[in-house]
Design a protein around this ligand. Structure first.
Ligand code: FDA
Length: 592
């Protein structure tokens, strides 16, 4: 069969991973085509928590404002409430998603972008609309079936679901962003480790105006403890805000051994009313589905010319809100590498760094999300509910904490501690930002005098605390600097599909070094000087403080990759700056 058409990159899927890849490739001017099985983008809200790193990625890709315009803002996200029903008794609250004042300060210091709640059915159109506007060709109703690879590329067989026939597409690389049942990953033989179907869960999407019940404690999540809420699911029953405050989703577990219940209108309406705690609640059921909690990740994300990202390679429950975030960030990591390899600025070895950098993060996300489910059991234990299913005994055990005896005091303390411990699910700021890449696309410090090593290993709690560093492999730290007097983030000086070298006064030699490297290799490095009288100034001194703490002098150099991770650094200007920069870039870009 002659291929119907050829392209450099064929992207399968328009979920967060595929849509982000399309947007990045379109932005970088890479020839690509996107196919997706269905006639539309996601119609269900699905993933929603959008963390700061993802917002930074979207900022670099030029769509942050559009997401902010539609998302529920951070300040309405975080009074996580534990209760017997929304209208019922409250067991406690936890300020979440950066809404604790101390964590809020850490958020403000860490990033120019704010976390928000952006349901997937709103996120995908933003990404896909902008990608197609920038040139992404997109074919709906086109299903990936199989592929075969040879030395020069991949021939992919797809089915046109409208015509019900098959045809072939020839691509130099294939990106499988085809979700948790990825056929691309399966056909590529990616090694998966873990278990699917660990627990059963139900989603019920509904419309009901709950403003009166929630407006005084705004949150995206209300956790409901009732008989049966410890069976399956994600640790407890959940009522999730989709749109404030009239569109919602309940999550409720079922015993995976018994299979899902019949999701009749009567069953779903009853369940919604029970979790909300209003017997005659006026409710419109918009949809329902059964799904399973998975604990599975791929050991490698690539096989030859085939790469996978998103749920195709990390399958986990929504706890910690990392699904769509991790998927978007996978694509952001790979897109610039494809761009550089395809136009010859990098050797194909650069692509090996994708799996090396992202697979450990995917594994960590899968483990973290599943661990969070287990940690919810502490709340049941604190209330004396572990293994208790008799509603009367449950009520009595919970009521005991209102007593004035020492046991009641102990129970109250245990409950407070159990709820507070959920910060590891709802305020895991470090886990969201402390990514450290270790691969051939990062040059480790060579013992350069004065450079301070990455403080992360010594940090007390890297899950909760963001640890800023300019160490190779870390995301470039954010600091507010000014351009023409206007505040810009250091992150805004970088990205946009190109390498940037940040330096300061005395570092003018890096300009000549970058020019020599560009003349020799065609790789452009933007050199940005930060300091008084430079195009970029540092009036607060925050950037200088960061640099100096890490041992970088004004004239030192920080080479930042297009995905805003540090590729290489040096404390000052070496004898041969052009040679040093050329060697670093050759290593990062796998140029032989
Ligand atoms: P995603 O599954 O989003 O996208 C896969 C894409 O590939 C789709 O466009 C699909 O049409 C396409 N595709 C699949 N097979 C194909 C083929 N053979 N050929 C062509 N195209 C193909 N997370 C969360 O945090 N909170 C939540 O409440 C939920 N709820 C939820 C509900 C449901 C029903 C699902 C399926 C998932 C969730 N999730 C979730 C998980 C979250 O949606 C998930 O982590 C991200 O969507 C992952 O993004 P991806 O782009 O990797 O896959």
């Amino acid at each position: 069969m002659t291929p119907a058409f050829t392209t450099d990159v064929l992207v399968v899927g328009t979920g967060p991973a595929g849509a982000a890849m399309a947007l990045a490739l379109a932005t970088y001017g890479v020839d690509h085509v996107v196919i997706t099985r269905y006639a539309s983008l996601a119609t269900e809200p699905r993933a929603h928590i959008t963390n700061q790193r993802t917002m930074e990625v979207l900022r670099d890709l030029g769509v942050e404002d559009r997401v902010v315009a539609q998302a529920t803002p951070q300040h309405l996200m975080g009074t996580t409430t534990f209760c017997t029903s929304i209208a019922g008794e409250e067991l406690g609250r936890l300020r979440s998603w950066g809404n604790d004042p101390l964590v809020q300060a850490a958020h403000d210091l860490a990033s120019p972008s704010r976390m928000c709640d952006m349901p997937q059915n709103l996120m995908e159109p933003v990404l896909v609309t902008e990608a197609t506007r920038r040139g992404t060709p997109l074919r709906y109703q086109t299903e990936y079936l199989s592929h075969r690879e040879d030395a020069d590329g991949v021939t992919v067989t797809v089915r046109d679901r409208l015509r019900d026939d098959t045809y072939e597409i020839r691509a130099r690389y294939l990106y499988g962003a085809d979700g948790g049942r990825s056929r691309v990953a399966e056909n590529a033989g990616l090694p998966m480790r873990g278990e699917m179907g660990v627990a059963g869960s139900l989603n019920i999407l509904f419309r009901a105006d709950l403003s009166d019940l929630v407006a005084h404690r705004p949150s995206v999540l209300y956790w409901v403890l009732q008989p049966g809420s410890d069976i399956g699911g994600i640790g407890m029953g959940v009522v999730r805000m989709v749109r404030p405050w009239d569109e919602w989703l309940t999550i409720w577990g079922y015993d995976v051994a018994d299979g899902p219940p019949d999701l009749s209108e009567e069953f779903t309406t009853d369940l919604v009313r029970r979790l909300v705690g209003v017997d005659d609640l006026e409710v419109e059921i918009l949809g329902s589905s059964a799904w399973t909690v998975n604990h599975m990740a791929a050991e490698r994300y690539d096989a030859g010319r085939v790469f996978c990202g998103g749920d195709a390679v990390h399958r986990h429950p929504p706890s910690n809100g990392l699904g769509s975030n991790t998927s978007i960030q996978d694509s952001f990591n790979l897109a610039w590498k494809l761009a550089f390899v395809l136009d010859g600025r990098a050797g194909p070895g650069l692509l090996d760094s994708y799996s090396a950098e992202r697979a450990p993060i995917g594994r960590g996300v899968v483990d973290r999300a599943n661990q969070s489910i287990g940690e919810t059991a502490r709340i049941f234990e604190a209330l004396g509910l572990a293994g208790v299913d008799d509603p009367a005994r449950m009520r009595a055990n919970m009521a005991a904490r209102r007593g004035s005896d020492p046991d009641a005091e102990k129970q109250r303390r245990a409950l407070r501690e159990a709820i507070r411990f959920k910060v590891y699910e709802f305020n895991a700021h470090g886990f969201e930002l402390n990514h450290r890449y270790v691969s051939g696309a990062v040059v480790p410090d060579d013992g350069d005098a004065g450079l301070r090593p990455d403080p992360l290993p010594a940090t007390a709690d890297a899950t909760l605390e963001h640890v800023a560093t300019t160490a190779p492999g870390a995301r470039l730290p954010h600091a507010w600097v000014t351009v023409g007097g206007r505040e810009r983030s250091t992150l805004d000086l970088t990205g946009d599909g190109r390498f940037t070298l940040l330096t300061g006064l005395g570092g003018e030699a890096w300009r000549d070094a970058a020019a020599a490297v560009a003349a020799d290799t065609g790789v452009t490095v933007d050199v940005v000087l930060v300091g008084p009288g430079c195009a970029v100034e540092d009036p607060y001194g925050d950037w200088a403080a960061r640099r100096e703490a890490d041992g970088l002098a004004d004239a030192g150099a920080l080479l930042v990759r297009p995905d805003q991770h540090v590729a290489w650094r040096t404390a000052g200007v070496p004898d041969d700056p052009a040679g040093a920069l050329a060697r670093a870039l050759a290593a990062v870009l796998a140029r032989t």
